[in-house]
Write a protein that binds this ligand. Structure first.
Ligand code: CA
Length: 237
């Protein structure tokens, strides 16, 4: 059941829209105040927001702009003013669609279905892209990214911890380039961490023990004094 936030200060209109949406099996929340509406929009996960333009405390354009800074929730602006400027600025501020008051409820429902359908398609495309990327091959090793499992060249299967996995993927993403200890620390432990750089060496050792095939040279080359790298081709040949 899709959950819709209605931010509208005309209480009768808000209630009317709510009843119609409930009748169509949507779950609904009403806020009559701009600031409360924004809080609700940011703190809960809605499938769509119906947003009035003129609101007490915070107007609809500002709400749309702030929601868009952190969320992709579709927004349909409901505005009594139908000047081109308002439509354009609503869309500029991150609204996905708009409807002019007074509107026929069927039109609102149709627009709502349209934005929800579009989000659903976008999500399907995204998850298809993600599942395609679930297998990463590097040389003779295969990595399942969803569960951080490595299939080694000798047939052994090993689990990586999140840090080991991030370390390996960072090196693979930068293959054929040296990644410094500081860059690795920054990426994997975060810029705020107060960890000694030798933790990188320790984790590289853990990772080598897991992914390298005994008797063969390591996938991860130490570049003395600088950092680490993985190469597409072996350089010993
Ligand atoms: Ca209003």
């Amino acid at each position: 059941m899709a959950k819709i936030l209605i931010i509208e200060d005309e209480k009768n209109l808000a209630r009317f829209v709510q009843l119609e949406l409930q009748h169509e099996n949507y779950e609904t929340v009403i806020e009559n105040n701009g600031r409360k509406g924004l809080d609700e929009a940011l703190n809960q996960n809605f499938d769509a927001i119906l947003l009035d333009l003129m609101l007490p405390d915070l107007n609809g354009l500002e709400i749309a702009r702030r929601v868009r800074q952190s969320k992709t929730t579709p927004i349909i602006m409901m505005t009594a003013r139908d000047s081109v400027i308002d439509r354009v600025s609503g869309l500029d501020h991150g609204a996905d669609d708009y409807i002019i008051k007074p509107f026929a409820i069927e039109e609102l429902l149709a627009r709502l279905r349209a934005v929800l359908r579009r989000v659903k398609i976008e999500k399907e495309v995204q998850s298809a892209t993600v599942s395609k990327q679930q297998i990463v091959k590097f040389k003779d090793m295969t990595i399942e990214t969803a569960n951080r499992i490595v299939h080694r060249a000798d047939g052994k299967v090993v689990d990586l911890t999140k840090r080991e996995y991030n370390l390996l993927m960072t090196l693979i993403r930068n293959k054929n380039n040296v990644v410094s200890r500081d860059q690795l620390l920054n990426k994997i432990w975060g810029p705020e961490s107060n960890i000694e750089t030798n933790v990188v060496e320790v984790y590289v050792r853990y990772l080598r023990n897991k992914i390298d095939v005994p008797g063969k040279s390591s996938y991860i080359k130490t570049v003395r004094g600088t950092g680490y790298m993985v190469r597409d081709e072996d350089d010993e040949k």
